[in-house]
Design a protein around this ligand. Structure first.
Ligand SMILES: Nc1ncnc2c1ncn2[C@@H]1O[C@H](COP(=O)(O)OP(=O)(O)OP(=O)(O)O)[C@@H](O)[C@H]1O
Ligand SMILES: Cc1ncc(C[n+]2csc(CCOP(=O)(O)O)c2C)c(N)n1
Ligand SMILES: [Mg+2]
Ligand SMILES: [Mg+2]
Ligand SMILES: [Mg+2]
Length: 333
């Protein structure tokens, strides 16, 4: 088996060039033009072995796809279109070339889907030690562009705004569960299993929705990389508002209910993370039009309130309002 330590840095870079922009890589920096009248958006996200992925959960092609998708999701969350990404890797010298090749193929396929490129990066060796368990860390910086009046920010929600989400939440967490404990889910229908695993391994950044948001600007929002609950909390805190969220509107989808109990399913839906959907706030009139044009992808889940608490409302039992518990949110430390 070919290991990257036998290839050396220059040969590795030569092989990786075919996954990059044909003209922009090779100098000390990439030079490119930002379109007239647009603003530059810059965002970084890092993926670390045994934190965001592992051999058990994610083959290298999917590690590549996910790491690009997570970064393009942050551009979508800003309302921006991608211009390119840089990729910095720390790798064990024992990494097989095949692994790296698959990683880049996954990155490139995700980038191709959205007509964008790798425009630069960096490589370093990483030593396995008793302290640092990981062998691979991937740091990506994504560059994008957005018209000033189309920017999506977290701190502009207004009282009375409707909160909508794209897609479904909790699927990625359910997929991770099946990947981590396959023996528990041996009897589960194969098509359900595949849908959940794919949600975890091959998330789709919501760049597809951005053009459809243009008529309704300005919109408030962010992506749900750290979970639906985190997105609602971040938007409310940064906008100095609260929210009412309807539990029946965020009910876990059938596939998740197939693999776990109601309480766990709701927990995954609110706090699971890594679904990379968008959580958006806009006036009731605009929200109605957006939802009408985009059903069932975009759903109303609640509204922004002047009062600070974020309340979960159970329609079947209107007296039982509970506060959204921020202690459940994913925390790296
Ligand atoms: N190490 C850091 N140094 C400086 N700023 C940072 C650092 N890490 C995050 N930030 C900034 O903090 C803000 C929130 O970052 P955070 O990583 O929580 O958002 P995100 O990238 O959307 O979420 P996720 O990492 O879950 O995808 C961003 O403006 C980001 O640029
Ligand atoms: C092997 C493995 N174990 C656990 C998880 C779950 N996980 C890791 S990071 C994260 C939140 C987002 O992080 P960030 O804020 O860095 O984007 C979640 C839900 C995984 N993906 N793979
Ligand atoms: Mg981040
Ligand atoms: Mg984000
Ligand atoms: Mg985070």
């Amino acid at each position: 088996m070919e290991l990257i330590k036998d290839l050396g840095e220059h040969e590795l870079l030569r092989r990786l060039r075919k996954y990059c922009h044909p003209n922009l890589v090779g100098d000390d920096g990439a030079v490119f033009k930002v379109s007239e009248g647009m603003e530059l958006v810059v965002s970084s996200d890092m993926l670390v072995e045994n934190v965001h992925f592992s051999d058990r959960t994610t083959p290298p092609y999917m590690v590549g796809w996910r790491s690009v998708a997570a970064n393009l999701s942050d551009l979508a969350a800003m309302g921006a279109y991608p211009l390119g990404i840089t990729v910095a890797l720390s790798l064990s010298p024992q990494t097989p070339w095949d692994w790296l090749e698959s990683l880049y193929q996954g990155m490139k396929d995700c980038l191709d889907r959205f007509d964008t490129f790798i425009i630069g990066g960096d490589l370093t060796g990483g030593k396995v030690s008793a302290i640092t368990e990981w062998r691979c860390a991937i740091a990506i910086t994504a560059l994008g562009e957005v018209k000033a009046n189309q920017k999506i920010l977290r701190n502009t929600a207004q009282t009375g705004d409707v909160i909508v989400t794209t897609g479904n939440h909790g699927l990625s967490r359910a997929g991770l569960e099946i990947l981590l404990y396959p023996e528990k889910y041996q009897d589960l229908q194969e098509n359900i299993k595949q849908k959940l695993i794919l949600a975890h391994q091959k998330p789709q950044p919501r760049l597809d929705v951005i053009p459809r948001l243009h008529p309704y600007a300005p919109i408030t929002g962010m992506d749900s990389s750290d979970g639906l609950a985190d997105a609602i909390i971040q938007i409310c805190q940064q906008s100095n508002k609260g929210a009412r969220i309807y539990l029946d509107k965020i009910a876990p989808c059938a596939e998740i209910l197939h693999i776990t109990d109601d309480a766990t399913a709701l927990k995954w839906t609110l706090f699971g993370g890594e679904d990379f959907e968008l959580v958006l706030c806009l006036s009731p009139e605009k929200a109605e039009k957006l939802i009408k044009g985009d059903r069932p992808l975009i759903k109303r889940i609640g509204e922004i309130t002047e009062e600070k608490p974020i309340i979960l409302i159970d329609n079947s039992n209107p007296d039982s309002e509970v506060l959204l518990d921020s202690n459940e949110i994913f925390n790296h430390f």
